[in-house]
Design a protein around this ligand. Structure first.
Ligand code: AHR
Length: 526
């Protein structure tokens, strides 16, 4: 493999954006209550006072912030998350934002219809979310309730957040926050998974398109600077085709969701751990991105014939992850204990998102804490799951640079996969999967290379020549485990962690480097 500055891909495409590493917090299980803030039902008044030490006003209610968690999730924290999607997910389709603003003691508890029908206390609402975004450097991304919510409520929510005039909802925000400045929320989702029969108020594609177009018109009148995200499905569905045909002139991004492995964990047998499906399953996301991009192009072509100008609509992959309910104890399979194989699956995902950064403007890992998340909590502490490590390396290093073309790898996987159509293409995933980026920082070049060897039994002799870049040293961070089922738990928090080794350029040139079977390396040349 030869890395050469002449192989830079499309320098006009813009650098790889940090928005590929967005997060998602939903009012679901222990994500918000227990994860981001203390469970309002749990702490004693004395504990509330201790949690208020950071001095911010919004923590003075019944749901104090968990600073240990935010230290990890902040844009300048370990995971460097730049953007946060909220409040759902399925939850949003029965969420009425006015329940979650104003004095916390007066907020109504409501029945939550998306999941277990548990009461929602509304102690964490719009102003708490925005304050948390500000404190952690997250760009807020709010999803609107198109299930039980009304058009009028949606217009009012945008005015509440972004209004600067002397108007009712903007003034209510001023009263509630004690500040004049708007929340300035740029990203707004037009509903969540409205195609799904489980979604409160789910709609057919034609009905959704008509409604979403009406909402888009009004929302952009309230604030023309917002970016609207249409509700897509997987990207390869007829829903996506119809929605894009109807909405491309009115939207800025199109959302797609996909969880590799979801519900397909019992019918394979590699050491009992579903190895192939897990590490090759994300290939479906690559097809999803390519197909969505084509559907956007097609809608633009059709519109052009009708005299409607083309729009540069991007993809928001705003729910993605490896998810296997069998590895998640509990009623609805939310708190997945991620194992070593899942970590390899997450690397496959990250390689894909970076490879397609030109089309994917936003991606949000679902979710950020406790619920299918890289970070778990107890009231007393946190645990970094296996999947934490690639997220950390990509979030820190794989941004603000231009892609370098790599040769295509020879050995393709042709075994079972989900969805099956992946097998029907000539784009079968390779055993060795890589993505590479060159970054310039303070006048210095550095190359960042993610190498995933998915072969279950064969090491890859990685002959990587970076001499053309004239750099001095190489840092190899490897995550490897012999045990595909190894997990990090509160009892054993460091079963799967990275190790880092450094070489001079001279040592590297003389070295026979190996990327071991079923392992991942993140290599920095600088
Ligand atoms: O992230 C968990 C759930 O998965 C979300 O609420 C929903 O949008 C998706 O089906």
């Amino acid at each position: 493999v030869i890395l050469d500055p002449r192989f830079k891909v499309d320098p006009t495409a813009g650098p790889v954006s940090d928005k590929l590493y967005g997060g998602f917090i939903e009012h679901l299980g222990r994500c918000i209550y227990g994860g981001l803030v203390d469970n309002p039902a749990a702490p004693s008044p004395a504990e509330l006072l201790i949690s208020q030490e950071d001095g911010t006003e919004r923590t003075k209610g019944r749901a104090p912030w968990r600073k240990d968690v935010q230290k990890v999730l902040a844009s300048d924290g370990e995971l460097e998350i730049p953007m946060m999607r909220w409040p759902g997910g399925n939850y949003v389709s029965n969420y009425h934002w006015q329940d979650g603003v104003g004095p916390q003691a007066l907020r109504p508890a409501r029945i939550e219809l998306a999941w277990l029908g548990t009461p929602e206390t509304n102690q964490f609402g719009t102003d708490e979310f925005i304050d948390m975004c500000r404190a952690n450097g997250w760009e807020p991304y709010i999803c609107l309730n198109m299930g039980s919510g009304t058009y009028e409520e949606a217009l009012a929510w945008v005015e509440y957040c972004n209004g600067t005039g002397n108007t009712h909802w903007a003034n209510l925000r001023r009263k509630n926050t004690g500040r004049d400045e708007p929340h300035n929320v740029k990203y707004w989702g037009l509903g969540n998974e409205m195609w799904g029969p489980w979604q409160v108020g789910n709609l057919g594609a034609t009905a959704y398109a008509t409604e979403a177009r009406r909402w888009a018109h009004g929302l952009k009148l309230v604030d023309p600077t917002i970016k609207l995200v249409s509700c897509g499905e997987t990207g390869w569905s007829d829903w996506d085709r119809e929605i894009l045909q109807a909405l491309v002139p009115f939207i800025d991004l199109h959302s797609i969701h996909f969880y590799s492995m979801l519900g397909h964990s019992t019918d394979s047998d590699v050491a009992g751990y579903e190895y192939e499906k897990n590490v090759f399953g994300p290939a479906a996301a690559e097809r999803a991105i390519e197909i969505t991009k084509s559907l956007i192009d097609l809608a633009n072509i059709d519109n052009t014939f009708r005299g409607i100008p083309a729009r540069d609509v991007k993809i928001a992959f705003d729910e993605w992850n490896v998810w296997d309910t069998d590895k998640a104890p509990g009623e609805i399979g939310l708190e997945q204990i991620y194992d070593y194989t899942d970590m390899l699956g997450v690397v496959a995902w990250l390689n894909i998102l970076v490879r397609h950064h030109k089309d994917v403007a936003v991606a949000c890992l679902a979710q950020s804490v406790n619920v299918i998340a890289p970070l778990m909590t107890t009231p007393d502490g946190i645990c970094r799951q296996t999947t934490f490590w690639p997220l950390k390396m990509f979030g820190k290093y794989m941004k603000n640079g231009h892609l370098i073309t790599l040769p295509s790898m020879p050995d393709a996987y042709d075994g079972p996969s989900y969805p099956v159509f992946i097998q029907q293409t000539n784009l079968a995933p390779r055993y060795v999967d890589m993505v590479c980026m060159a970054a310039e920082e303070e006048g210095k070049t550095s190359i960042r290379l993610s190498v995933l060897n998915r072969h279950p039994t064969v090491d890859w002799p990685a002959d990587i020549d970076f001499a053309a870049f004239k750099l001095d040293k190489v840092q190899v961070t490897e995550v490897y485990s012999d045990d595909l089922a190894a997990t990090n738990t509160f009892a054993h928090p460091e079963s799967v962690t990275p190790t880092t080794t450094e070489y001079t350029a001279v040592e590297w040139a003389a070295r026979k480097h190996i990327v071991r079977k079923h392992s991942w390396q993140f290599i920095i040349f600088e």
